[in-house]
Every structure is written in structure tokens, then in C-alpha cells.
Ligand binder design. Structure first.
Ligand code: COA
Length: 174
């Protein structure tokens, strides 16, 4: 007897539009969350990829960043969070993703993002990069800004979710 349920599940997996949203997320900000929320509506599945090895020295370990993001995206049923090491396009392939999502905050982001997306496309022509312009409210925001303000005792509640704020303040013993 044909297992229609299995066939349907296989067919669906093959037609699912999967995207990866990569970054350092050290920590995840409301700007990142805005991109996650919007791109989760554009794809069947969105995988947030937390970069493990980076030239940056992170405040939070990869595991802490993954758990932190899981905590703030739990309301989105089609969003998964994983860490990755190595080439982004290899991670995207592993996830069966056909697109990479990046947020563009300002013109200054453009040159770097263009170079990255073109390089990725040469390495992996089957994977495209989709850019979402960041919500104007978060155009100025970066993870470094959050850490800088927190380190000097400033209020970061307009930049990050309450649970993320708690964890950042804990790192600075505040
Ligand atoms: N809201 C708020 N901040 C945002 C943001 C948004 N929507 N979009 C980006 N930012 C900020 C980040 O907080 C981060 O701030 P910081 O520099 O203060 O930490 C900064 O912009 C950089 O963004 P991020 O998305 O974390 O990029 P990255 O440069 O750290 O990493 C990767 C980008 C992971 C995509 C890239 O390094 C990569 O692909 N690495 C794997 C290796 C690889 O494949 N290399 C070949 C690519 S050519």
C-alpha cells in the first residue's frame, strides 16, 4: 500500500522555501528581531544561523547566543535557531535553504553586503541573498552599541527584548 503521508511529507520538504538569516547576534537586538519577524512571513521556514568562529571576540558564547535567540523567537512557529562554523553557503546547503536573508541598515552596509552576496553567489549559484531594509526605528542599532551603552550603565530597554537585557546586564554585573 502506498504511504501517501510519507510521499506528501517528502514532496512538501522539497517544495518548502527555506531561508537562513546569519549573523553574530552578540546579542540579538530588536533590529534583528524585526528582520526575523518579517522574513519568517516570506519563507516556509527561517533558520537563524549563529556564527561561531568570527574575527570578533564575543561577549556571549555561541550556545548562550543560540539559547537567547530561541527564547525571543518562540512565538514564531517556523523559526529555528542553530549555530554554524565555516562557510555560510555550506551551512545554507546543509539547511536545504535556497536563500540567505540580510538586513540593510544604511548605505554603509551596502558595499560589504554586496561583496559578500556576490562572493556567496559565485561559490553557490543555487543560493540567493535577499535584502530587507531595516525598520527606520533600528537603523542606528548594532550589537556593539547595545554592549557599549550597557557597559556604562545606560538604559538598553529600547534596543533589546527584556530577557536579553537581563542577560546583558548580568554579563556586566549590573
Ligand atoms: N539590526 C541591528 N543590528 C544589525 C542588523 C539589524 N537589522 N543587521 C546587522 N546588524 C549589526 C549587528 O548587530 C552587527 O553589529 P556588531 O558589528 O556591533 O556586532 C553588525 O551589524 C554586523 O552584522 P552581523 O549580521 O552580525 O554580521 P557579521 O559581519 O558579524 O557576520 C556573516 C556576517 C555571518 C553573514 C558572515 O560573517 C559570514 O557569512 N561568515 C561565514 C564565513 C563565510 O561564509 N564567509 C564568506 C562570505 S563572503
Amino acid at each position: 500500500m502506498t504511504n501517501y503521508k510519507g510521499v506528501w511529507a517528502f514532496a512538501r520538504l522539497n517544495t518548502m522555501r527555506i531561508a537562513v538569516y546569519p549573523g553574530s547576534f552578540d546579542p540579538v537586538t530588536l533590529g534583528h528581531m524585526d528582520i526575523i519577524e518579517r522574513s519568517s512571513k516570506l519563507f516556509d521556514k527561517l533558520i537563524v544561523g549563529v556564527l561561531v568562529n568570527s574575527s570578533k571576540v564575543p561577549l556571549f558564547s555561541a550556545e548562550e547566543r543560540v539559547n537567547m535567540i530561541k527564547g525571543v523567537v518562540s512565538e514564531y512557529a517556523n523559526v529555528e535557531v542553530r549555530s554554524f562554523d565555516g562557510l555560510l553557503v555550506e551551512f545554507a546547503r546543509l539547511c536545504k535553504a535556497t536563500a540567505v536573508v540580510r538586513g540593510l541598515r544604511a548605505v554603509t552596509d551596502f558595499e560589504y553586503e554586496l561583496q559578500m552576496s556576490q562572493t556567496n553567489h559565485i561559490i553557490a549559484p543555487d543560493i540567493d541573498t535577499i535584502f530587507l531594509t531595516t525598520n527606520l526605528n533600528y537603523a542606528y542599532l548594532s550589537s556593539s552599541v547595545v554592549k557599549e551603552v550597557a557597559r556604562y550603565g545606560g538604559d538598553i530597554s529600547k534596543f533589546v527584548a527584556p530577557e536579553v537585557r537581563r542577560q546583558v546586564l548580568e554579563k556586566y554585573n549590573r
